[in-house]
Design a protein around this ligand. Structure first.
Ligand code: DGY
Length: 339
């Protein structure tokens, strides 16, 4: 009998799902809105694997709804903050994610946000579209330079390093703050106060953990330059959004470029940051290219197939087990999940 695999979305890019369906019974959440926990619990019954997205809550209730057949939860995302890792470990369920396939694409988008925010491209485009470009003026649409600026990366993992590489084309000086990453040819390791004081662009590349929740709050924003830009493509919870809104409104920083929010998705209930003139905001599209999203689904499917075939997962989450029922693996050297 074919093993049952739940996918939390019906539409997933690439050929991964067709490959999965060749030897498993694939059931998908058919809805177009985010599934409620009870919807997924119902579909998960008897599943051997669940393919979930980064912001689907995977908790003890969902794992228990699937029951003892469940061996692997494969995330089509790098971030795994929505998974109750303890609950999965207690039940011997392997959790996997998708490192190595989305860093370059997310770094591209990070740079797009840097340029949009510092050069105020969204406002300029809106003004053009509204028919307000009536006179070529020297003092209109003025932004701040990106070339030659100092880039401060908080978190220096795959994505942070990919952003650092791009910054070389802009002649930027690069600093990073990451207790696990020493200086390298591109960037100098500094403490957080130094980074906040010296960076013109502060870009966040840390996972969301209890330690990084609201890592950037009122005090950190006050420590940044009034000409600084804050960019985040990591997780909304890393920034205290109320404090950020105040900092943008009172001019204590220049601008923000945000792809991620504390509450996602937003639907009609927009965060006030969306209407804030000094912020550019996007709907969590860091990895959203056809090739990268297909690669993420592919890797999630590889993980499912490997585990269901009795082998180790290719990309278990850091500190997690690679085989169902296995004790937790030791932390990989240098691994702490920086993005
Ligand atoms: C990731 O891979 O973590 C992206 O943010 C999509 O969830």
């Amino acid at each position: 009998m074919k093993q049952r695999v739940l996918t939390t979305r019906a539409a997933l890019p690439g050929g991964g799902i067709a490959r999965l369906a060749s030897d498993a019974e694939v059931v998908a959440w058919p809805g177009t809105s985010k599934p409620e926990p009870r919807d997924l619990a119902e579909l998960a019954k008897g599943a051997s694997a669940i393919l979930a997205l980064g912001n689907d809550r995977v908790d003890a209730a969902l794992l228990d709804a699937a029951g003892p057949s469940l061996r692997v939860v494969a995330l089509a995302s790098m971030g795994y903050d929505a998974v109750d890792r303890e609950a999965a470990a207690e039940r011997g369920v392997v959790v996997t994610h998708t490192p190595g396939v989305l860093a370059e694409t997310t770094a591209d988008l990070t740079f797009a946000l840097v340029l949009m925010a510092r050069r105020r491209l969204g406002a300029a485009r809106d003004s053009l579209a509204a028919g307000q470009w009536g006179l070529f003026r020297m003092d209109d649409y003025l932004g701040l330079d990106v070339h030659g600026a100092t880039l401060g990366l908080i978190g220096y993992g795959q994505i942070g390093r990919a952003v650092a590489r791009r910054s070389q084309g802009f002649g930027m000086r690069v600093l990073h703050h990451d207790p696990y990453a020493p200086d390298d040819a591109l960037s100098t390791s500094v403490d957080l106060p130094t980074l906040l004081a010296e960076a013109d662009v502060v870009s966040l590349h840390v996972p969301l953990t209890p330690q990084t929740r609201h890592l950037i709050g009122a005090a950190e924003l006050a420590a940044m330059k009034p000409t600084a830009t804050l960019v985040s493509t990591s997780r909304g919870g890393v920034v205290d959004e109320d404090a950020l809104l105040r900092a943008l409104r009172d001019g204590s920083i220049h601008s923000a470029g945000l792809d991620v929010f504390e509450r996602e998705p937003m639907g009609q209930e927009l965060s006030p940051l969306v209407a804030e003139p000094h912020a550019v905001t996007l709907p969590h599209i860091g990895s959203a290219t056809e090739a990268t999203r297909a690669a993420m689904v592919d890797l999630a499917v590889d993980n499912i197939q490997d585990v269901l075939a009795g082998g180790p997962a290719r990309t278990p989450i850091p500190g997690g087990a690679a085989m169902p029922g296995q004790d937790r693996a030791p932390r990989p050297v240098g691994g702490r999940g920086a993005r």
